[in-house]
Design a protein around this ligand. Structure first.
Ligand code: FPP
Length: 245
């Protein structure tokens, strides 16, 4: 007999979920481990969250892996995070490609070591036609930096100021072509934006989970999506059931 609880059906699936994978360091401390062990556990966790996202019908997943401010962390941690990403691309790329995942990078390539830049470019090229899920990796990413880069390019192209619109600005961001996030999840209980998708998150719903990222599993993602389904997204309007007749 199947004793597993019947799963609640989702009322709404966010097309795009963005995640601030926070709490790796505290997870490691709680387990008496060095911080890098927390990042490794967080990386392992990514695999099951990615699978769950595909299963739940999410089309775009963005993860905040390294911010422009994370360079201020201890040298060893920064070096470790760079190596983790290189290693993940090496180990997981073939399977991600087989599974129909398209990889995108958002952020600056400048400042990364040449071997990593080559691996990122090759991964993007290999997977560019995949359609099952778009995985955007925010790496060496900052929302303010992204906007500054966009303005610089627009000025360099000597655009006519009258042509500048919100949509046009969107085309100059690293996320060009990716719909804005519907749901942003931050783990570990922190309630900050931390320079993440500051333009694109204008109408995103936020979900803060107290769970540290390495423990944020498929069921936690399910809870976030169920909660999203309960939200009344008004985009500045009033609720449709409050319209006077
Ligand atoms: C935040 O936890 C986490 C990070 C800054 C790094 C997240 C990176 C990974 C999980 C690596 C995987 C990335 C890819 C692309 C494979 P924290 O260190 O701020 O935790 P704390 O707040 O508890 O100290």
């Amino acid at each position: 007999m199947n004793k597993s609880k019947p799963q609640k059906k989702f009322t709404k699936i966010p097309q795009h979920i963005a995640i601030i994978m926070d709490g790796n360091g505290r997870w490691a401390a709680a387990h008496g481990l060095p911080r890098l062990a927390g990042h490794k556990a967080g990386t392992e966790n990514l695999r099951q969250v990615l699978r769950a996202a595909v299963e739940f019908g999410v089309k775009y997943l963005t993860i905040y892996a390294f911010s422009t401010e994370n360079w201020r962390r201890p040298k060893e941690e920064v070096k470790g995070l760079m190596l983790i990403v290189e290693d993940v691309i090496e180990r997981e790329l073939a399977e991600l490609h087989r599974e129909g995942v398209q990889l995108r990078h958002i952020g600056r390539l400048e400042g990364l070591r040449p071997q990593l830049i080559e691996k990122i470019k090759a991964a993007i090229e290999l997977t560019k036609d995949n359609k099952r899920l778009v995985l955007c990796i925010a790496f060496n990413y900052g929302g303010r930096d992204e906007i500054a880069c966009a303005i610089k390019r627009m000025l360099n192209e000597q655009l006519d100021p009258d042509t500048v619109s919100e949509d046009l600005i969107g085309e100059y961001l690293f996320t060009s072509g990716v719909p804005d996030p519907d749901l942003i999840v931050r783990t570990s209980g922190e309630m900050r934006i931390s320079n993440f998708l500051i333009w694109q998150s204008a109408y995103a719903e936020w979900y803060i989970s107290p769970t540290y990222w390495p423990d944020f599993d498929k069921e936690e993602l399910r809870k976030a999506i169920i909660e999203f389904g309960l939200r009344d997204r008004r985009y500045g309007k009033i609720s449709s059931n409050q319209v006077e007749s």
